[in-house]
Design a protein around this ligand. Structure first.
Ligand code: NAP
Length: 299
């Protein structure tokens, strides 16, 4: 559920939407006098991170970007990591810097992120970019996942979400919080639910637009979905599945087979994930565009 012949919500095709975005990125990149440059830094060998970093670098290469990947040993010191970030900040061929999280436990993620030049912070994680997003400064580089979710939501509901109730489950710096800000900016009436919310399902049932980003399988069940809702499932959770050769499979935060009341829903995988990478490419392109023609600072 749902399939081509069984009724149910329409599946939002994140792969196709991502391909449209990367096509546009390629067209804009071809018009630039500089080659957009993306540097991805990974410390250690967290298996999921290795896969994500490989996909990001491969997409950048396929687009003809200048793509550099720095794979540092797990025992890298904070000083060495920050020195690399400083060198990338100073490198005119690099327009976007991404330090893959999580970092090994002895390293300091906030200090590492703070070392990134905000104008090269294509993950949108620096305090400067969070502040720019909060106040509507056009120089804001917005985190890729919520940016990708917003694009999917706009394709479903239009760019102006006036009169619509949106509920975001999750309040992280990377996903939930910027998602809520983007939805409010698009005129939705936004509620943020989190682990201390009394009744997530009761709030979710009011949502015309429901974004689940808790990282908990089945945090949203069928009864928590308003009829006709647009459901964006950000969660990526690995659960045991004896029927798979690997012994596990990836599921979202929404009980997908119960989501029959939704009008449209993103599958996991194949929904939000491809959009995240496409938006990373767009953020890198736009950083390169701004390096040629800086944006105004009007708010
Ligand atoms: P995170 O930093 O762990 O944040 C999770 C948020 O969910 C927190 O705000 C937490 O509340 C809230 N939460 C946890 N359990 C909850 C519950 N039972 N009910 C309501 N809220 C709950 O995670 P994240 O980085 O935002 O990522 C969220 C999920 O999205 C993860 O599964 C992650 O793997 C996935 N993700 C996917 C992509 C993609 O491209 N597909 C990209 C990024 C993230 P508190 O604040 O109270 O702790």
């Amino acid at each position: 559920m749902p399939t081509a012949d069984a009724p149910g919500p329409r599946l939002i095709d994140g792969k196709a939407a991502a391909a449209r975005i990367t096509d546009e990125v390629a067209r804009r990149a071809a018009r630039l006098p500089v080659r957009p440059g993306l540097a991805v830094v990974i410390v250690g060998e967290d298996p999921a991170s290795v896969v994500y970093v490989r996909m990001k670098s491969a997409t950048a290469e396929a687009l003809g970007f200048h793509s550099v990947q720095h794979t540092l040993p797990a025992e890298t010191t904070q000083a060495e990591l920050v020195a690399l970030v400083a060198a990338l900040n100073a490198d005119p061929a690099v327009h976007g810097i991404l330090v893959q999280l999580p970092l090994p436990a002895h390293l300091d993620p906030p200090a590492t992120i703070a070392a990134i030049d905000p104008d090269k912070d294509v993950d949108g994680l620096t305090v400067a970019n969070a502040g720019r997003l909060a106040v509507g400064d056009p120089r804001a580089i917005v985190p890729c996942t919520p940016l990708g979710c917003l694009a999917l939501i706009e394709a479903e509901r239009g760019a102006d979400l006036s009169g619509l109730d949106a509920v975001v489950v999750g309040r992280s710096r990377l996903v939930g919080l910027p998602m809520a800000l983007l939805l409010a900016k698009a005129n939705a009436t936004v509620t943020i639910a989190h682990s201390r919310t009394a009744d997530v399902a009761a709030l979710a049932r009011r949502a015309d637009i429901l974004v689940a980003a808790a990282g908990r399988p089945r945090v949203i069940d069928g009864a928590a979905i308003k009829p006709g809702a647009t459901v964006i499932d950000v969660g990526t959770n690995r659960v045991a599945d004896a029927s798979r050769a690997s012994g596990s499979r990836l599921v979202g935060d929404v009980a997908f087979e119960e989501a029959t009341a939704a009008s449209a829903i993103t599958p996991v995988p194949g929904g939000v994930g491809p959009m995240t990478i496409a938006m990373l490419m767009r953020n890198t392109l736009e950083a390169a565009e701004r390096s040629v023609q800086p944006a105004s600072t009007a708010s």
